[in-house]
Structure formats: structure tokens, C-alpha cells
Design a protein around this ligand. Structure first.
Ligand code: MG
Length: 346
């Protein structure tokens, strides 16, 4: 098997603000695996808050080179990923890229989509939320108007002005909302007050209301909150989940955290056994990684897979959006392919 990787910067259509920062572009390292003329693609998306750098990701791909070069059809993805995983305790985004490229490769070789491989092909497209980043009120109003196709909006909150923010949103739409606090609330009593306010504002769920370090307070809040709470920053991999029983009502699973599709499915299974709801989410990733996750859409209670809509220069085609739903094509593998020769310089 041959391996190539390429750094690429995704440019946001609008500067993207969350409670901790605002950015205009975000790096991804794309991965191409080729075996007997079949090519599979993967993506490691590396927003700064993930704590994984471009250099570390490229170095991890190089460290995996020999292992991957030795792979031939028919390859066992789980076996390869166990060996990849053992090489580092970190590099989850890089591992996710390898996992999705292997799935793409195996799917294309078998002429089956990942959804068909795992029996997760949905009977009908699922609706996704559309994320509105923190911004000036007039800009947010414009973004909300632009999101007219979407029936659920996800609002990035977590500042001292959350009440005013939601009230501003409510002046221009009555659509149901997900509110992502990104760890922004640090007083459990105020957080509970805010949760009641959010309930009155037709907020369907609160994502990561309190910091990762405030586990006990998060459990206290979740036990009393009239709105379900979802772990995001607190729940990266399967091994994190046993510790979160009773701490949240659900888990936001993302490929860049779970180190890929295989473990994302195990996390969904864990949620099923432990009476936790499942959101399938994304980071600031292109159509490559989002298409991979969309293959699992049928496993989720909620879908938040809107990232490809946020860029001017998505180098992949894959998922499409129709009346607020995520549409996967049914093509083999992850059903995403580069629009350009991304790997030409190598
Ligand atoms: Mg989040």
C-alpha cells in the first residue's frame, strides 16, 4: 500500500467564533492510501483547541508508513487500527484519517458504502443542525436568514452574554435550537438557571455546559436540568465514557475525537447500553471526514454534520444538503472524493 499526505487550509466563508476564539481558516492534513489501484481518502482536521498539531499529525503518518505499506488486500481494518493505535496515546485526528481511508479503500474494493458495510444505511436522509458562530448581532441575523433550509440551528454560546444572545436569535427565528456552551459556564447554580431559561426558549439540548474539570458539577446540573446535556469536550474516546455515566444525558461523538469510524460505532453501542443519547458531530472538517461520519447517520438521535457548508474552498465533494437534511450518495467507501489533485506535489 502507498501512503501520501498533504496539508491544506480550509477558508471559512465567515470568521468562525466560539467562546474561546475566532478564526478565518483551519488546517486539515489529508491522507491518500493506494492499494492495487484502489484509492482511499482520509482527513485529520486540526483546530487549535484539539491540541493536536499539523507537525505531530504529519510525523504520526510517517511513523505509520511502514505498517501501512505492509498492508495488502484483504486487510482487516480493526487489526490495522489496533496496531496504529498502539503507536501513540495521542494523534486521534491522524488515527481517524487512517481509519476512514482504510474504510474508503475496503469499501471501494468491495463496492459497498461504509453504511452498507455496517448496516447503518438510513432509510431516509436525516436532518442536521446548522451552526451559527458567535458574532455581531447583525451578522448573526444574516447567518440565520441564510440558514433558512435548516430546521434546527446550533448556537455557539458560553460567554457572559448568553441570555442576550439567545434573545437576539429569538427575535429572528422560532426554530428549535441546540446550544453549545463549549465549557463556558462555571457556576452550577447559574448554569441551572440558564438551563431553565434555555428550556423556555425552545432549546432542545445543551452541549458541554461546564468545563471538563467540573465533572461533579456537571452531574449535579444534568440531574436537575430541564434540557438534556451532551458531553463534547469531556468525551473523546470510548475509554472516557464509563466515567461519564450519570454526568450527561448524551454524548456528541466525532471522528476526530474517537480516532475513527470503528471506535465511533463502539461509542454508539456504549450509549445504547447505558441509556445515553447519541449526537454525531463534526469539527471544522471538509466533506471528506463529514461524509465518512454521515455514513453512520442512522445510528444517531441527533445529527450535527454541517461543517462542509462553512468553507469557500472545500477540496472534496461528498455529502450534499437538501432541505436541511444530510444526503449521502450511496457510492462505495466513505463516498467522498477530491475535486482536485490534492496530492500532486508529492
Ligand atoms: Mg461542541
Amino acid at each position: 500500500m502507498k501512503i501520501k499526505h498533504q496539508l491544506y487550509f480550509l477558508d471559512f466563508k465567515h470568521p468562525f467564533g466560539v467562546s474561546s476564539n475566532t478564526r478565518t481558516q483551519t488546517p486539515s492534513v489529508f491522507l491518500e492510501l493506494e492499494c492495487e489501484g484502489v484509492v482511499g481518502y482520509g482527513e485529520a482536521c486540526l483546530p487549535a483547541y484539539l491540541g493536536e498539531t499539523v507537525g505531530e499529525t504529519q510525523a504520526f503518518f510517517e511513523a505509520c508508513k511502514r505498517l501501512l505499506e505492509d498492508c495488502v488486500f484483504p486487510m482487516q481494518i480493526a487489526e490495522v487500527m489496533t496496531r496504529v493505535d498502539a503507536l501513540s496515546k495521542r494523534a486521534n485526528a491522524a488515527k481517524a484519517a487512517i481509519d476512514m481511508a482504510l474504510h474508503d479503500l475496503v469499501g471501494k474494493a468491495r463496492q459497498k458504502s461504509v453504511a452498507e458495510m455496517y448496516g447503518t444505511a438510513g432509510s431516509s436522509p436525516k436532518r442536521t443542525s446548522f451552526t451559527i458562530g458567535i458574532d455581531m448581532e447583525e451578522v448573526m441575523v444574516k447567518k440565520i436568514q441564510d440558514a433558512r433550509d435548516f430546521s434546527i440551528l446550533k448556537i455557539k454560546a458560553g460567554t457572559a452574554n448568553d441570555r442576550a444572545l439567545i434573545e437576539a436569535v429569538r427575535r429572528c427565528t422560532d426554530k428549535p435550537l441546540f446550544v453549545d456552551v463549549n465549557q463556558g459556564w462555571t457556576d452550577k447554580h447559574k448554569a441551572l438557571e440558564m438551563a431553565h431559561f434555555m428550556k423556555d426558549q425552545h432549546v432542545l439540548l445543551l452541549e458541554q455546559p461546564m468545563p471538563v474539570s467540573m465533572k461533579q458539577e456537571s452531574a449535579w446540573l444534568s440531574a436537575r436540568s430541564p434540557v438534556p446535556t451532551f458531553a463534547d469536550e469531556s468525551a473523546k474516546r470510548l475509554s472516557d465514557l464509563d466515567d461519564l455515566k450519570g454526568v450527561f444525558s448524551g454524548i456528541n461523538i466525532k471522528l476526530m475525537k474517537s480516532a475513527g469510524i470503528l471506535e465511533a460505532i463502539k461509542m454508539v453501542e456504549w450509549c445504547g447500553k447505558n441509556d445515553m443519547q447519541v449526537m454525531l458531530g463534526c469539527m471544522a472538517e471538509s466533506s471528506c471526514a463529514t461524509s465518512a461520519m454521515a455514513q453512520l447517520a442512522d445510528l444517531a438521535d441527533y445529527i450535527d454534520l454541517d461543517a462542509p457548508l462553512l468553507y469557500k474552498n472545500d477540496p472534496f465533494s461528498g455529502v450534499s444538503y437538501l432541505q436541511g437534511t444530510v444526503v449521502v450518495s450511496g457510492a462505495p467507501g466513505i463516498a467522498a472524493n477530491p475535486r482536485m489533485n490534492l496530492f500532486s506535489d508529492l
